[in-house]
Ligand binder design. Sequence first.
Ligand code: PLP
Length: 386
Amino acid sequence: MSITRTYLDHNATSPLRPEAREALLDALQAGGNPSSVHASGRAARRRLETARTAVAALIGGSSERLVLTSGGTEANALAIRSAAASGDHGRLLIGATEHDAVANGARAVGLPVETWPVDTNGVAELCWLAERLARWSPQDGRPFVALMLANNETGVVQPVADAAALVRAAGGWLHVDAVQAAGKIAVDHDALGAHTLALSAHKLGGPQGVGALAYAAGVAVRPSLHGGGQERGLRAGTENVAGAAGFGVAARAALHELPHANNQAVWRDVAAARLKNVGVRIAGEGAPRLPATLCLAAPGFPSALQVMALDLEGVEVSAGSACSSGKVKPSGVLAAMGYRDLADGALRASGGWNSTEQDWDRFAEVWLAIQARRATSSAARIKEYA
Ligand code: PLP
């Protein structure tokens, strides 16, 4: 007997939107290398540039300053490595709840990395940054600071514009990982004041394996991949035209739907309220969050068991972030927020473009039923041994 499946794991990857799939398949079918001068090449170039314009529009940015990459990880790496290669930055400041793409990407360049703490809601401490920048040593060059726009586990939205003002006043570079935010909340690159901003297609209903780095005027992006002169010389290699086409169409759809994105917050909060009744804690609840991300911590109920029990009932969510190794490890994000005792009971449910009120209802229903069964069986075990 097949069971109903409820997918609430959009922060891991969002299902491909039908219109993005169509654009992707059309481009694959059409073929053509955007660098070729013949008709097929010119058509591929048009697809690529149409996509670039749509992706730039999602962040109110300019298609002139947007490099297409293989995803969010590469976009983040391109920014970090550009800063490191410039020789202007001798030390990196990284938000405590950054994704591994930024945290490990920063460690990989070999410069000293310092962690910028968050408060108990997971919001980066602006006072800490102001104080740290005030005593920045000239020997460390210009500050390079990375702060994500929205956290992948908790959905907490960071005060990026305020951070950018501080970093700019100190003559630094602010890099923003906007992979989870773009397409879920309004993102305006200029208003945020970020020097560079990373995006990924598969978090908003586009295909996996494509992303972008947007950069502000005057920022020197330096290529990490050398070869042909593609992407204005900033990323060598024949472009992923089909992926970009899917990304562009998904970005356009996400932008169009943004005014309705808040509906999800209502459904999520109804589900959260039911879980809180049985003692569950909600991470980042006191901070602005993405509308469809819910990170809960259930004392004494390990994440891995929650994920497996829900999966058996057809509900797909993850434990904190979807770890690439497939293993469930305690949430570093919750630990950074001071919830060390709860970090191994973290669970993330995340909705997206095709999620419904029923999905959120079913998630709460099934989670509560599993929890009730657990309570009954442990009560029975205690009785047996009494
Ligand atoms: N940054 C954040 C905040 C993410 O959540 C992810 C993916 O999980 C990435 C970066 C990496 O993006 P990609 O999977 O496109 O490399």
